[in-house]
Design a binder for this molecule. Structure first.
Ligand code: DGJ
Length: 347
């Protein structure tokens, strides 16, 4: 009898504990990625890492992006970082860069599309970003058109601003990052006067660009590249500001080109399902390699509330196609992807 009472009270305690654990977050563990929806971090806040980039170190993914806040201090801009081991559940690491406008001639400045590279030789994390804004006396909202660099000893910062410059002297707006299978790091940057975008190999310490590998003569921004089965796929969006447009891709056997013509990655009337490219993430599992298209669904009037469209793409044999967005899950160990709803086949 005593034993029975003892067990009941234990069971009750266990049940209470389990429900508390459930309420405190374990039950909220995400088992899917829902393109276009609010994406709560470990604290329940929508992830604030727009125009982002991702690197993987050991078994952890680091997602850096624009952290948009209501401008309490109009001089500062911010970059956030989130970490994950499964690409679905993200833990906020807070603000990793707080930066004041880097130049006295800048007004109403913007810090966009931050991308972080880890340099094995120097053991430093090097952040590239698009720095832009008005120039005193000249106006214009995207006239400065430079690349900024910030550095940290740690993946989660704090990062210290180092310099702004124009790569090889060129005007630079949207930037992207590409790390090839051999570890070589490249900066992608849009160059309006040249009507195209560059693929620039970084210097040994990543503190500069060293080789202008290719200027792809196609006026695209939001540039991203992946190396899939020995073929390079480059994607980008047309130059329509915050308004979505049909993103396109081309392929080449060498980064130097020649590149094929650019083709749509999705039905053009969907305007890339209302999104704009920021990265192609390659997840190499022990069963399969999955390439994920990472994009922003911008809300111009409330950029911090913009949503993310992440979807695995159909890729291979020179073709890349973004399927209709729907919830999906990934096993980063195997590389396997599951869709929660069946592919919608159009007749
Ligand atoms: C499109 C770019 O891709 C964004 O990063 C941002 O710069 C907007 N233009 C601003 O209009």
């Amino acid at each position: 009898m005593i034993k029975f009472t003892f067990s009941i009270s234990h069971i009750a305690k266990v049940l209470i504990l389990l429900s508390l654990i459930g309420l405190s977050g374990y039950a909220q563990k995400k088992t899917s990625i829902k393109p276009g929806e609010l994406w709560p971090d470990n604290n329940g806040n929508h992830i604030n890492a727009h125009g982002g980039g991702i690197i993987k170190l050991k078994d952890t993914y680091y997602w850096y992006g624009e952290e948009h806040r209501k401008l309490k201090d109009p001089h500062y801009r911010y970059v956030s970082c989130y970490t994950s081991k499964d690409l679905m559940n993200w833990t906020s690491q807070g603000t990793v860069l707080s930066m004041k406008e880097p130049d006295t001639i800048l007004r109403n400045w913007v810090l966009e599309r931050p991308k972080v590279f880890y340099n094995k030789k120097t053991n430093k994390f090097v952040m590239y970003m698009h720095v832009d804004g008005e120039i005193v006396g000249q106006g214009g909202d995207y006239l400065y058109a430079q690349v900024g660099i910030a550095v940290s000893d740690h993946a989660t910062g704090p990062f210290t601003f180092i310099k702004c410059f124009r790569p090889f002297g060129h005007i630079s707006r949207d930037i992207g990052q590409f790390i090839d299978d051999d570890g070589t790091a490249y900066l992608i940057f849009e160059d309006r006067p040249s009507k195209g975008f560059h693929i620039a190999r970084l210097s040994g310490d990543y503190m500069n660009v060293e080789e202008d590998v290719c200027l792809i003569k196609s006026p695209l921004e939001g540039g991203a590249i992946v190396n899939y089965q020995g073929l390079y796929y480059a994607i980008g969006s047309a130059l329509t500001g915050w308004v979505p447009n049909p993103n396109k891709y081309a392929t080449a056997t060498s980064l130097k080109g020649p590149w094929t013509e650019f083709k749509d990655i999705a039905p053009p009337e969907t305007n890339t399902y209302n999104s704009q490219s920021t990265l192609l993430l390659k997840v190499i599992g022990d069963k399969q390699t999955t390439v994920v298209f990472l994009a922003d669904q911008w809300k111009k009037e409330a950029v911090g509330d913009s949503r993310y469209l992440w979807m695995p793409v159909h890729i291979g044999d020179g073709r890349l196609w973004l399927p209709e967005p729907r919830p999906w899950s990934i096993n980063v160990r195997t590389g396997d992807v599951k869709f929660l709803k069946k592919d919608i086949v159009k007749k």
